[in-house]
Write a protein that binds this ligand. Structure first.
Ligand SMILES: CC(C)(COP(=O)(O)OP(=O)(O)OC[C@H]1O[C@@H](n2cnc3c(N)ncnc32)[C@H](O)[C@@H]1OP(=O)(O)O)[C@@H](O)C(=O)NCCC(=O)NCCS
Length: 279
């Protein structure tokens, strides 16, 4: 199933979809993924965008949301947590989705095949036309070999390709200096923002839309325990998440942080050595 089809399926119960965010993410979502015939309006808090037309759909101010009779709201901005709070505070009682949540079936990402997960990795990473994308983000090759080898291992006829894909994966990892064992469990939307000196333990459990920068470790402690990392987590440059940690949804791990056996609540940042939850 393509991403467009999955989003259409997730939005099937709703008639009037209001898109929140008229920037690059919103425009991209309208052009590539959303069922346009269901989109009632786009809203944006930037006065410079209000009144513009995106593919014939008018951009309205947030105050207009009440009168738009939205069946659901799809947030298309990185400040999705803030928008969600604003919608809640406005008293509007409609389902709210961050656009990337819709890339994943309601039953959870574990129900997706590795090749469907790869589609989401590419959609989440790709920010330019294919030739430019491949030049600027060549590390996508690691996602390709990782998901392809996992697919081959789980497929009755693909298994014949597994030895080849296994070797290709570990060779690709050498090229990009990314150690990613094939038994690592990582949800769709895995983004290597950069590459070089990135290490994963196979004992980590990582949710969807995990972004990792260069010089990072997701590793074990001396007891051999690996971390649990929820959805939409960003691990910034030079940071390490080690051992029995639980990193909540939408967490940011600051540059050079060393997170050791820490529980980080949803939406927080972890910074410093050893890392603490930022105030
Ligand atoms: C963690 C980060 C994402 C900011 O998170 P935030 O929740 O907005 O945090 P704030 O900027 O509000 O800072 C909160 C506190 O944490 C401290 N802090 C922030 N980042 C820190 C870091 N990397 N290391 C140590 N302390 C840090 C701030 O000084 C501040 O301390 P204070 O409360 O004593 O003044 C950001 O600082 C960071 O590390 N970005 C990494 C960028 C990066 O790696 N880019 C790579 C580009 S290639």
């Amino acid at each position: 199933m393509s991403i467009r089809q999955r989003i259409a399926e997730r939005l099937a119960p709703y008639d009037r979809v209001v898109v929140w965010g008229a920037g690059g993410m919103g425009t991209n979502a309208l052009r590539r993924w959303l069922p346009l015939h269901k989109v009632a309006a786009v809203v944006d808090s930037n006065p410079a965008k209000v009144g513009l037309l995106i593919d014939g759909i008018a951009v309205r101010p947030p105050a207009a949301v009440q009168e738009l009779r939205a069946g659901c709201i799809v947030i298309c901005t990185h400040a999705h947590a803030r928008v969600r709070d604003a919608v809640k505070q406005s008293g509007l009682d409609v389902p709210v989705f961050y656009i990337y949540e819709l890339f994943v079936p309601e039953a959870g990402w574990e129900t997706m095949s590795p090749l469907e997960q790869l589609q989401v990795d590419i959609a989440a990473t790709k920010n330019a036309m294919w030739p430019l994308f491949v030049l600027q983000k060549p590390q996508i090759a690691v996602n390709v070999t990782f998901r392809a080898a996992q697919w081959a291992r789980s497929s009755s006829w693909g298994i014949v390709l597994y030895p080849l894909l296994y070797v290709m994966h570990y060779l690709t990892c050498i090229v990009f200096s990314i150690q990613l064992p094939l038994d690592a469990k990582i949800g769709p939307g895995l983004i290597f923002a950069h590459f070089g000196t990135i290490v994963f333990t196979g004992r980590a459990r990582i949710g969807c839309f995990f972004t990792i920068y260069h010089g990072c470790t997701v590793g074990t402690d001396s007891d051999g325990a690996g971390p649990v990392i929820e959805d939409f987590v960003t691990q910034f440059a030079g940071s390490h998440i080690l051992g029995n940690c639980r990193i909540g949804n939408n967490v940011r791990v600051g540059a050079n942080a060393v997170v050791l056996g820490l529980t980080v609540p949803d939406g927080a940042s972890a910074v410093g050595v050893p890392a603490k939850v930022a105030a």
